[in-house]
Design a protein around this ligand. Structure first.
Ligand SMILES: Nc1ncnc2c1ncn2[C@@H]1O[C@H](COP(=O)(O)OP(=O)(O)OP(=O)(O)O)[C@@H](O)[C@H]1O
Length: 257
């Protein structure tokens, strides 16, 4: 069943007296429960596409349809690279925030909050404020909140980009464990091919500006995956090199513009 349908989408921005063609003719279907990573050179329009899906930006032309199965659920939740937590709320209050806004029963909010705090290993830090947390802990709060909201789709914009390698691997595996349980439809932006290979059912590669989808690769490796398995698998190495070459050529084009 299709969860997200994008038809002939283009986006132009006006900057001073010039047009910037950020996205061009994007047509795409994402299935219910699919984990899709979006890769592409800097400035190719990845965040713009995510913002359109989050209804923070309107397409210039074309349509976006998110297939809503439950009207009581939010359509989407977003996780950003940084600053996604509310500084004056505790860890627990941050995770519960979306649920409280929907006026759900206190017992339900408490149970869901507790569940996701445990999933990301933050139960004993529940009373801390964001300024008392490390970068990795803050991202865990954002992930817990996004999943606790139980949205129709999850939009993640380089959520691990600011973390050190070790923390990144741990959070990637935690995210996969929660995703495998919930089977949310996820659209995840990354600059890392390794990250995309580890996480995705499918990788979409975008061209240099104006952003178009130039490659759509199914990643069929069995789950659960680990970075060690991904790096030692010959098929994954082949896909890595293929995407690497194409990405390099798109990055070079960006530099020539
Ligand atoms: N509100 C805006 N007004 C004008 N131009 C914009 C606006 N938002 C984005 N752009 C332009 O649209 C293009 C795509 O930007 P976007 O942030 O979507 O790219 P990106 O692929 O996410 O980049 P990065 O990988 O560096 O985060 C860029 O040229 C950017 O300058």
């Amino acid at each position: 069943m299709s969860k997200i349908q994008i038809e002939q989408l283009s986006k132009r921005f006006v900057k001073r007296d010039k047009y910037i063609e950020a996205l061009k003719d994007i047509t795409l279907t994402i299935k219910q429960g699919e984990f899709v990573c979006l890769l592409g050179p800097s400035g190719c329009g990845k965040t713009t596409l995510l913002r359109i899906l989050a209804n923070l930006e309107k397409p210039s032309t074309g349509d976006v349809i998110i297939n809503q199965t439950d009207k009581k659920k939010p359509l989407q939740s977003m996780v950003f690279q940084e600053n996604g937590v509310i500084p004056w709320l505790t860890v627990e209050e941050n995770v519960a925030f979306g649920l409280k806004m929907r006026h759900l029963s206190n017992d339900f909010v408490k149970e869901r909050t507790e569940y996701y705090l445990q999933k990301v290993g933050l139960s004993k830090f529940r009373r801390l404020y964001p300024k008392e947390l490390s970068g990795g802990m803050k991202q865990r709060v954002s992930i817990a909140r996004a999943f606790a909201n139980d949205p129709e789709i999850l939009l993640m914009d380089e959520p691990f980009a600011a973390l050190d390698e070790q923390n990144k691997f741990i959070l990637q595996e935690e995210l996969l464990a929660i995703w495998q349980e919930t089977r949310k439809t996820v659209l995840f932006i990354t600059h890392s091919i390794d990250e995309a290979l580890l996480l995705s059912d499918r990788i979409l590669l975008m061209s240099a500006q104006p952003g178009k989808i130039i490659k759509d690769v199914a990643i069929e490796m069995n789950r659960p995956r680990s970075i060690e398995k991904v790096r030692s698998d010959p098929e994954m190495t082949k896909i890595f090199l293929d995407i690497w070459e194409q990405l390099q050529s798109e990055v070079k084009q960006t530099r020539l513009k």
